[in-house]
Design a protein around this ligand. Structure first.
Ligand code: URA
Length: 203
């Protein structure tokens, strides 16, 4: 294989026809953010707003995600944000395991390029994709898994928090847990915004 570069990654995503999802989209959504960040966030797949703009997590769920990060003083442009699938599933349905598998080549390349130290998995689809099909978000959220020296934390998807506010305290605890791990690994100051700590209300 030739050298893996961001340019190659972008070309590969743009040219990809490995599953049928690309037939119904406006834009591919490869992911965006700080490519040198030690922290990578993985969601499920683009929704309507993301498909319109070609950017991950820019709709209502994305705005909540921005606030969740801000609550532990992480500006979202200092982390890298992407999804399991890079094309919007019709009617925002959950991507099938086959679609997720087809798209894995892109996520692998992306992870290789970023070399994150910590990964936050947003929701069940990301948890199953990265931790295996037996992962259950309600059971496994908030529990760290170490894989090949990378620390992985599953938490609720922000869309789930928008649907069910009662999950927010657990999501808040997960964000604190994330902050503590980043501190422990000596990475927090690299991403930290320097602003006053947020509150639960701001999430
Ligand atoms: N939900 C996701 O999983 N990803 C996005 O980019 C937006 C909403």
């Amino acid at each position: 294989m030739g050298e893996i570069t961001w340019e190659l990654f972008e070309q590969q995503v743009e040219a990809c026809r490995l599953c049928g999802l690309c037939r119904n989209i406006k834009h591919k959504v490869p992911g965006q953010g700080d490519r040198k960040s030690p922290l990578m966030l993985i969601g499920e797949g683009p929704g309507r707003d993301e498909d319109e703009q070609g950017l991950a997590f820019v709709g209502a769920a994305g705005q909540l995600l921005t606030r969740m990060l801000a609550a532990i003083q992480l500006p979202r442009d200092r982390v890298y944000i992407c999804n399991v699938v890079k094309c919007r599933p019709p009617q925002n349905r959950i991507p099938t395991p086959e679609e997720a598998e087809a798209c894995k080549i892109h996520l692998r390349m992306q992870t290789w390029l970023i070399r994150p130290k910590v990964i936050l998995l947003l929701g069940s689809t990301a948890a199953k994709d990265i931790l295996g099909p037996d992962a259950r978000i309600t059971r496994d959220r908030g529990k760290w898994v170490e894989k090949k020296g990378v620390w992985i934390l599953p938490t609720y998807h922000p869309s789930a928090l928008l649907r069910d506010e009662s999950k927010k305290p657990e999501a808040w605890a997960d964000m604190q847990n994330l902050r503590d791990k980043l501190r422990e690994l000596g990475l927090y100051q690299d991403i930290y915004s320097g602003e006053t700590e947020g509150t639960t209300e701001s999430v």
